[in-house]
Design a protein around this ligand. Structure first.
Ligand SMILES: Cc1cc2nc3c(=O)[nH]c(=O)nc-3n(C[C@H](O)[C@H](O)[C@H](O)COP(=O)(O)OP(=O)(O)OC[C@H]3O[C@@H](n4cnc5c(N)ncnc54)[C@H](O)[C@@H]3O)c2cc1C
Length: 504
């Protein structure tokens, strides 16, 4: 079943307790700082019903119903091409980048699907729950978000040695389920349906069991949840001056779990630190794809802004300017190449799903996020100082100041002052505003911090091939090679590479 925008809006009018700027928000669907993003999410639901878009955004599972393509369990390479195409279509239609709209986080559940053996070995009660929830997202067309990060406290001490309720944990078991207490940071939670909630703790010590090792699906309408949101960017300043802030702000919350009952059927693992470790090591094996794809669209926005600006001012023919544009193109195509190759060389997961090639996906993610700030600065450089010097829209409309600004901002018969003003306002919001810095920080952190992203690269890159090559090329002895040379003299990675090329 695919939902409509109206059904989505109705589903989040459930009496949830949301605060922003020190005030209770009665209805997130109409509050001015939430409404623009809720409207975009609703538009995405409605798009699934449009006959021209239906086949790209939805699929038939053989049950005669249409389902959202983003929620489909990935079994083939084609599934990844379809997901990529659907995300592109959505971002094209809304004219910008939204990240936490579901497809980017639902893959975290597929990682746990891969861990069913681990779950069965530890506690067989829970492996059927993960399958049921994957099914439920497909059939309920739910807006699903991610909850990993607790307020943390002092990392040098175990959670029990400080206020034990800062990190989310189980305080009681009942026949109906577990009662949890603590808090999580979650983007979009205040207007989503559910969150996959799990620990971000890295150090479990030698503990096999812990009340902090709990993973579950949390219904965002559950009693005793509180959403305390950071202030929104929308409506703070006129939309004409800040077009992106006013449309694309994905409001983050600290979600407080004040003794929330999680029914047993929503519990995906509990007590076993081995399950928590497994998930932490595999969490982004699918969801990183959609995250990196957003970087590609962001790169397009940077290039388009820089190119329009250099064409307006007539500097685009200069070699030095073309060099900088080419640098942006290399960044963009670098991301594109990683995404494309990650599908072309996709790998089977332990449970038989199709994973994007892990080494290419995680190197792509690190490449995209670690260089974004530099690309933004290159676009600032190409746009010049006018993005932060230009007066606001009201001054362009003012009877007395407007004509002066028209004179100074009209560049040619084609480039009239209103288009110049619009482009500069867009560039300011993309590069210099509070919203722009927030987005940059989002890309840096929202799918784990940089050190964890490079750790994923280190974990998945196949170090054997260069090691083996240099060992053979330099004629090193067997003692120092550090790897066993394959009997036929063929590189281990070459075999690995061929396996990937051999198909599904
Ligand atoms: C805009 C935004 C949206 C977010 N949305 C979500 C969301 O929807 N769901 C969610 O669960 N989380 C979300 N997060 C939280 C995000 O996952 C965390 O910010 C991230 O995991 C880093 O954790 P932290 O902020 O506690 O930083 P810290 O863990 O305190 O790390 C800060 C810095 O300390 C250093 N450091 C810390 N530990 C180590 C280490 N072991 N080795 C080396 N260096 C280290 C690094 O320089 C690191 O960047 C969001 C964050 C942002 C900024």
């Amino acid at each position: 079943m695919i939902r409509t925008g109206t059904q989505y809006r109705d589903s989040i009018r459930d009496g949830r307790r949301v605060w922003m700027n020190g005030e209770r928000v009665k209805d997130v669907t109409v509050h001015p700082m939430f409404k623009p993003l809720v409207d975009i999410r609703a538009r995405m639901y409605d798009m699934q019903h449009e006959s021209a878009l239906r086949d790209t955004l939805t699929y038939d599972e053989g049950d005669g119903e249409r389902h959202c393509i983003a929620h489909k369990l990935p079994l083939t390479r084609q599934d990844w091409w379809d997901k990529r195409r659907a995300t592109d279509l959505l971002l094209e239609d809304i004219g910008g980048v939204v990240t936490r709209v579901g497809d980017e986080t639902v893959g975290e559940m597929w990682s746990l699907f891969d861990g069913q053996d681990v779950l069965n070995e530890l506690d067989p009660r829970f492996s059927s729950n993960i399958r049921a929830h994957i099914n439920q997202v497909v059939h309920g067309d739910l807006f699903h978000v991610s909850a990993n990060t607790d307020p943390r406290g002092n990392r040098s001490k175990p959670p029990q040695a400080q206020d034990p309720d800062v990190l989310l944990h189980v305080v009681k078991e009942t026949d109906a389920g577990v009662i949890v207490r603590g808090a999580k940071y979650e983007t979009a939670a205040a207007y989503a349906n559910q969150a996959f909630t799990k620990p971000a703790l890295a150090q479990w010590g030698n503990d096999e069991h812990s009340e902090y090792a709990i993973g579950f699906i949390c219904d965002m309408g559950a009693p005793n949840l509180r959403f305390i949101c950071r202030t929104g960017f929308a409506t703070r300043a006129p939309a004409e001056d800040y077009p992106l802030s006013n449309r694309f702000d994905e409001v983050d919350s600290i979600v407080v779990f004040d003794d929330v009952l999680i029914p047993w059927e929503n519990v995906l693992f509990y007590r076993h630190t081995k399950a928590a470790r497994f998930l932490q090591n595999t969490l982004h094996r699918y969801s990183a794809f959609a995250f990196v794809q957003r970087n590609l669209k962001l790169a397009d926005m940077l290039i388009g802004t820089a190119l329009h600006n250099t064409r307006q001012t007539g500097v685009d023919k200069l070699q030095a300017v073309q060099d900088k544009l080419s640098k942006l193109a290399c960044y963009r195509e670098g991301i594109n190449a990683h995404l494309t190759a990650a599908i072309a060389l996709a790998e089977r997961s332990p449970a038989g799903l199709m994973m994007p090639n892990q080494s290419l996906l995680f190197t792509g993610r690190s490449f995209a996020t670690s260089q974004l700030h530099e690309m933004m600065n290159t676009v600032r450089d190409l746009c010049g100082g006018q993005i932060c010097l230009t007066p606001d829209y009201a001054s362009f409309r003012n009877e007395e100041t407007g004509p002066w600004l028209d004179k100074f901002y009209t560049l040619s018969p084609q480039w009239k002052s209103e288009d110049r003003r619009k482009l500069l306002a867009y560039a300011r919001d993309l590069l210099n505003s509070d919203y722009a810095s927030h987005r940059l920080t989002f890309q840096l952190f929202a799918q784990s911090p940089p050190h964890a992203q490079t750790a994923a690269v280190h974990q998945h890159f196949n170090w054997d091939e260069p090691l083996d090559f240099v060992a053979r090329s330099a004629g090193l002895s067997e003692d120092v090679k550090g790897i066993d040379a394959p009997a036929d003299g063929d590189g281990a990675v070459s075999q690995w590479f061929r396996d990937q090329m051999d198909g599904e």
